[in-house]
Write a protein that binds this ligand. Structure first.
Ligand code: PMP
Ligand code: GLU
Length: 396
């Protein structure tokens, strides 16, 4: 019956991260002892001080629709956050709160792209960038990188990717899936190219801002000349361990925010009110309240780095932020493992699921077919066991 579905959905890929997580859940329900390193979602509980406010908000009857773009108090808290953490001056009319950062991305794509407009995606990009672009009629233009180039694009590559149809560039730093962070100097160098093309807009996805082991976060909008054409996307799914509460937000020029609100008003009416009330408290809190999670991720990163380096044929960078490893697994291509020929990263990911009961995500989903993504947002015990199993399965 798929002929009755729209071409839009028929040509769209399933979200590989969510699909692998669903597969892992399904196998677990069948009784298999699966360790999932597939989904990038914190394994921590929502901090108690945030939970308390959500409970109060229910009792205070926050059951009506909120304004489409979010409660003013929350937008003010977001402006304070942007000032305090990023030295960015936004007013509430430049802020919109959405159902996860994912909805911010979709709003922006629908608000900014006409059919055929090109969106530059430095690879490896986050899984949904490409399909969200396509849903809006845009054309993703990948810029390849590799482990050898530290998964970062150069200004020359950016310049070469620009055409008269280029409308936007979407960048995540700290990056999902590579974990790399562009330094201020590197962002400056990219901005220097962009200054020549005033009609290109930048979507800077900073959702991993606080999961940073390198030091100060740099927002793209801080770079000279970029504020007027940068959309800064962020959310509470990662640093506050609230992925299921679906809280995302962005700061941008007012005309872009207005356009996103117009779309959101027709599609979702606005974000969940209880989560919005809780987010006011979360964003106003000192960062020291969530530091324990960052410390734990850093500890796990160091452990996984050591364990990965102990597996023959895997090559990896040491991520500066986020909670993923993106090892190059191409050493195994063409090899036969337990009578299964491994042709590519997808084959290896399936092999690891079947042989080691470990779920990962193939690099193809992120525009890189040599790598696999492993999320370390899971307990140290599971990580150690997962890496032991991967090593054993690959040594076969
Ligand atoms: N951007 C990146 C880079 C992500 O990893 C995620 C994680 N899902 C999102 C956006 C979307 O986050 P959410 O919709 O949960 O806010
Ligand atoms: N950001 C997470 C990931 O990359 C969540 C999954 C998703 O939203 O696709 O795994």
């Amino acid at each position: 019956m798929t002929e009755f579905l729209s071409d839009r959905v028929n040509t769209m890929a399933l979200s590989a991260t969510l699909a692998m997580a669903a597969k892992a859940r399904e196998l677990r329900a069948q009784g298999k002892d699966i360790i999932s390193l597939s989904l990038g979602e914190p394994d921590f509980a929502v901090p108690d001080f945030v939970k308390e406010v959500a409970k109060e908000a229910i009792d205070q009857n926050y059951n009506k629709y909120s304004p489409v773009d979010g409660y003013l108090e929350l937008k003010e808290a977001i402006c304070e956050k942007f000032k305090k953490d990023n030295n960015l001056n936004y007013t509430p009319s430049q802020i919109i709160v959405s159902t996860g950062a994912k909805q911010c991305l979709s709003n922006v794509a629908l608000a900014m792209l006409n059919p055929g407009d090109e969106v530059i995606l430095p690879t490896p990009y986050w899984v949904s960038y490409s399909d969200i672009t396509k849903i809006a009629g845009g054309v993703p233009v990948d810029i390849p990188t590799s482990l050898e180039t530290h998964f970062k694009i150069t200004p020359k590559q950016l310049e070469e990717a620009i055409t008269p149809r280029t409308k936007m560039m979407w960048l995540s730093s700290p990056g999902n899936p590579s974990g790399v962070i562009y330094t201020r100097e590197e962002l400056e160098a990219l901005a220097q190219v962009l200054r020549k093309y005033p009609n290109i807009f930048i979507l800077s996805d900073e959702i991993y801002e606080h999961i940073n082991y390198m030091g100060q976060h740099v927002s793209f909008a801080q770079i000279e000349g970029m504020y007027e054409r940068t959309i800064t996307v962020n959310g509470l799914s990662k640093a506050f361990a609230m992925p299921g509460w679906r809280m995302g937000y962005m700061g941008a020029p007012e005309w872009i925010v207005k356009a996103c609100a117009k779309i959101q008003g027709q599609i979702t009416s606005g974000a969940n009110t209880i989560a919005q009330r809780a987010s006011i408290t979360a964003l106003k809190a000192p960062l020291s309240k969530i530091q324990y999670m960052i410390d734990e991720y850093r500890k796990r990163r160091d452990i996984v780095y050591q364990l990965l380096n102990d597996i023959k044929g895997l090559k990896t960078n040491l991520p500066d932020g986020a909670f993923y490893f993106f090892p190059d697994v191409s050493y195994y291509f063409g090899k036969t493992l337990r009578s299964k020929q491994i042709q590519n990263a997808s084959d290896l990911s399936i092999y690891l699921l079947e042989e080691a009961n470990v779920a990962t995500v193939t690099g193809d989903a992120f525009g890189n077919n040599k790598c696999l993504r492993l999320s370390y947002a899971t307990s140290e015990k599971d990580l150690r066991e997962a890496l032991r199993r991967i090593k054993e399965a690959l040594e076969n």
